[in-house]
Design a protein around this ligand. Structure first.
Ligand SMILES: [Zn+2]
Length: 233
């Protein structure tokens, strides 16, 4: 059995896609460009790779695990992970759920995250030209203009999460929910903010036990509701 639900992400700030000077600006969350050819012609779209979202969720889970009674080896390097698991005499909850780097994904990870695509048909990106500053003097470097691409606030992305329902995994679902809740409270990369909701059509009701139901309910509506459409009817 596989548990499926969707996560909808909404940009709450200008998310940096990256630009001419990646080492200066970096990106808030890794976007990938692809060219789409359809009835409307040829255009470039950006999407967030599932591996990026999964990586953020894993980091979030590791950060909050202990506070909620889940175990974590608190490591990302395969060698350190193995060493800590040996010390703990078990594979930690975070690795049980998200797998371990270096393992075959289909062997160890119980969570599969699809790419996150934007449903907006129109253009949801802007290019901003900036002046490059000299780090030491904070003065503009002559001729050092560069262009950065941003995703507009309000842009939404949808992706699917699939959780392989095997022994013990059900008890780790709350850890996955917590890692999604953390998405809404943490800053991505250089300052990007996103809101996130679960779209499960009620499917998780049967999977999540009583204590965690308020969290599940909470994740079904936007946290930062009204922040972007303030003033709209
Ligand atoms: Zn671990």
């Amino acid at each position: 059995m596989v548990i499926r639900f969707r996560i909808r992400l909404r940009a709450m700030s200008f998310l940096t896609v990256g630009g001419g000077v990646p080492d200066v600006m970096g990106s808030d969350i890794v976007h990938v460009r692809k060219t789409v050819v359809d009835g409307n012609g040829t255009r470039t779209v950006v999407y967030i790779p599932g591996s990026t979202v999964k990586g953020v969720l894993r980091t979030n889970a590791s950060r909050v695990a202990a506070a909620y009674g889940f175990s974590t080896c608190n490591e990302v390097e395969p060698a350190s992970i193995s060493k800590n698991h040996e010390k703990m005499k078990e594979v930690c909850d975070v690795c049980k759920l998200f797998g371990r780097p270096g393992d075959e994904p289909h062997v160890s990870s119980k969570v599969y995250v699809s790419d996150f695509t934007s449903e907006v048909a129109g253009n949801n990106r802007i290019l901003v030209t900036r002046v490059s500053l000299d780090d030491s003097t904070l003065t503009a470097r002559r001729g050092a203009l560069y262009t950065v691409e941003h995703v507009l606030p309000g842009t939404e992305y949808v992706g699917e999460v699939r959780v392989e329902e095997s022994e013990g995994v059900k008890s780790l679902l709350p850890l996955l929910l917590l890692s999604i809740a953390e998405l809404r409270l943490s800053v991505l990369g250089r300052g990007g903010l996103v809101d996130a909701i679960l779209e499960d059509g009620g499917a998780l009701d049967a999977q999540v036990s009583g204590d965690w139901r308020p969290l599940l309910e909470n994740l079904r509506s936007w946290l930062w509701k009204g922040l972007l459409d303030r003033g709209a009817v």
